[in-house]
Design a protein around this ligand. Sequence first.
Ligand SMILES: NC(=O)c1ccc[n+]([C@@H]2O[C@H](COP(=O)([O-])OP(=O)(O)OC[C@H]3O[C@@H](n4cnc5c(N)ncnc54)[C@H](O)[C@@H]3O)[C@@H](O)[C@H]2O)c1
Length: 313
Amino acid sequence: MKISIFGTGYVGLVTGASLASLGHEVLCVDVDAAKIELLQRGVLSFFEPGLREIVQLNIEKKRLQFTTDIVKGVQFGDAIFNCVGTPEKEDGAADLQYVFQVAEMVARHAGQEYKVLINKSTVPPGTARECAMRMKRVNSGCEVEMVSNPEFLKQGNAVYDFNHPDKIVVGAESVKAFQVLQKVYHGLLKMYMPLIETNWETAEMIKYANNVFLATKISYVNELANICDHMGADIKTVTKAIGMDQRIGTKFLNAGIGYGGSCFPKDVRAIIAVAKEKGYTPELFEEVDNFNERQKVVLLPRILAELKRVSGN
Ligand SMILES: NC(=O)c1ccc[n+]([C@@H]2O[C@H](COP(=O)([O-])OP(=O)(O)OC[C@H]3O[C@@H](n4cnc5c(N)ncnc54)[C@H](O)[C@@H]3O)[C@@H](O)[C@H]2O)c1
């Protein structure tokens, strides 16, 4: 199958190279000419285990190409992945300008051909619906169908995660669109990877539900650790014991300075912002966010005390 990928950042490049490894013909598009020039030579601007190898192999096998030509990118794929960034705005909401830019460009250049545009970027519930509306506004005869297919990979394990997902989530509004995605992921589905087919908003929500749950678990364990410090209790033994309860599990139970990285803080704030826009204030999630900010300084006095001890002052 012919697949285009818009955005060759972390998610786009892993998706493109992995889909090429599954046998698809993939064209990756980016507005960053310097990045594309490097990728055409098989050079990556970041390190991810196993990624360089599959990029180079698929370039050699002529299953993976790179371009800055947006029109070519739209016309190439029967399925087009939107993997552009969705950074945090000042008010915490997700900045969707790049996602909408790609949707409108796809509508403009797809003519009346049937294609699916798949949002893989993390976007708040309602975004696929908004993209569909914008595409019709740009091209009233547009036959491109929106699909939501959030990505759950972790940096540092991205290639493995893409190829061994806990689940593949697909939100669509027609049988035809679901069938296209089954074809895209045939190589994984034949290995019995679980597939969740649902509507746009549910698929979009699943990504936030996943990340906010993990962020909450981290804040929960840090709160426990802070209490343990005042009680003479050992947090490591407490978390070891509670992790043995299978309803809790052993993962994400390490106390520390709170969560960070490129996704958790922005995703927690984005779902808060979109809920508030709809008139609901998610107080628990707001507290998870606030608590995480406070946690960054909670350990500071202890770190300073340790440093003093080491330097002998
Ligand atoms: N990084 C992760 O671990 C991770 C995991 C899961 C989901 N996500 C989500 O995936 C999305 C992408 O994340 P990322 O880390 O890959 O972002 P990134 O910033 O690394 O890459 C985005 C790329 O999109 C390109 N781009 C911007 N506008 C474009 C356009 N109009 N046409 C073509 N390319 C364009 C940029 O030049 C850049 O190369 C975000 O929504 C993020 O939240 C990220």
